[in-house]
Design a protein around this ligand. Structure first.
Ligand code: COA
Length: 334
């Protein structure tokens, strides 16, 4: 049976680090409050790096580690919800930057679940023989979508990119089970409007009829009902992991590592508790990077890989949740 194997990982973070102490100068908050309620101490913030430059740097590192030349890549998927441009898509820009001239390239937007959704899209391409390998990247510059005067959200997010190279493999067990879900009816709890809400045509006709459309500036920034998102994550992530484990015919004790979306340490604590799993099996990097949305899981995977904490044959669970609402879990053999 055809399946996939991750053969290289890479990541890139902007050089500028913003500590909680610095945020104390910007909004009414404290290092203590942020650490206690989220586990986050600092995050990297772009001072010019873009979704594409970060993604390309992470991609280069993943390709190098996989021992693959860019021209050998069949498929590039960039998961992002913070592109700088509507057109062309980030994946095509990354394709040009790394020289993957033979790849099919497109973006996936499923917010913080984006990397998992992209991984499963690549899995479908590879299993059906549409591609032999893929470069999958999660990349975000959320700092431009964050309202830096809103203390309830600006403390959470950071910028960065993570990439993996996956290859078709006949022998490796690869992805063993999965559960992916979307619930558009819950979309209101976490949203961010586009910069241009009206078309030039609509603006002209509104002017003609003297019905000026008022748009609230805050709509252009991330707006979130933090408590609702928290409730959604702590209830649905464990359910989704159980569903993916059942799909794989495995149980919680069979898993070596749970690589979760890094939104909040308290959410990770609650998920581990609900699953009756050993909290030690849930590595985190959110204290240093904050919530990187779609880049969160691949950046952590890369760090674990380079630290020698992932071993061939380990059974790992990847799980994420985010705007949409979207949620996903995937059980795989490293
Ligand atoms: N510093 C200090 N006080 C803050 C604060 C901050 N940065 N942000 C909020 N507060 C205040 C609130 O105004 C509130 O004050 P009040 O009691 O006087 O009204 C108090 O702290 C408690 O706020 P609350 O919203 O109940 O805090 P919380 O424990 O739910 O933590 C989040 C807030 C955002 C950290 C938490 O809800 C969360 O992590 N939710 C999930 C968000 C998430 O992960 N989003 C991304 C999903 S991909």
């Amino acid at each position: 049976m055809r399946t996939i194997r991750i053969t290289g990982t890479g990541s890139a973070l902007p050089g500028r680090i913003v500590t909680n102490k610095e945020l104390e100068q910007m909004v009414e908050t404290s290092d203590e409050w942020i650490r206690e309620r989220t586990g986050i101490a600092e995050r990297h913030v772009s001072v010019g790096e873009t979704v594409v430059t970060l993604a390309s740097e992470a991609a280069h590192k993943a390709l190098e580690q996989a021992g693959k030349r860019a021209e050998e890549i069949d498929l590039i998927l960039v998961a992002t919800c913070s592109p700088e441009q509507y057109l062309p898509c980030c994946a095509c820009q990354v394709q040009a930057a790394v020289g993957a001239v033979n790849a099919l390239a497109f973006d996936v937007n499923a917010a913080c679940s984006g990397f998992l959704f992209a991984l499963n899209t690549a899995d479908a391409y590879l299993r059906t023989g549409l591609a032999k390998n893929a470069l999958i990247i999660g990349s975000e510059v959320l700092s431009k979508l964050v309202d830096w005067t809103d203390r309830s959200s600006c403390i959470l997010f950071g910028d960065g990119a993570g990439a993996v190279v996956v290859e078709r493999c006949e022998a490796s067990p690869g992805i063993l089970g999965r559960a992916l879900h979307s619930d558009g009816t819950g979309g209101g709890v976490l949203q961010c409007g586009a910069r241009e809400l009206t078309t030039p045509y609509a603006r002209t006709s509104a002017a003609k009829t003297d019905q000026k459309q008022q748009t609230d500036d805050r709509e252009h920034y991330i707006q979130m009902d933090g408590q609702e998102v928290y409730r959604f994550a702590t209830r649905r992530v464990p359910q989704c992991i159980e569903e993916a484990l059942a799909d794989a015919g495995l149980a919680v004790p069979d898993i070596d590592l749970f690589v979760l979306h890094q939104a909040n340490a308290r959410i990770i604590d609650a998920v581990a508790k609900r699953l009756h799993a050993d909290r030690e099996k849930f590595p985190t990097n959110l204290e240093r990077v904050g919530n990187l949305s779609s880049a969160s899981i691949p950046v952590l995977l890369d760090e674990l890989h380079r630290q020698g904490k992932l071993h061939r044959g380990d059974r790992i669970v990847l799980a994420g949740f985010g705007a949409g609402l979207t949620i996903g879990a995937c059980v795989m053999t490293w």
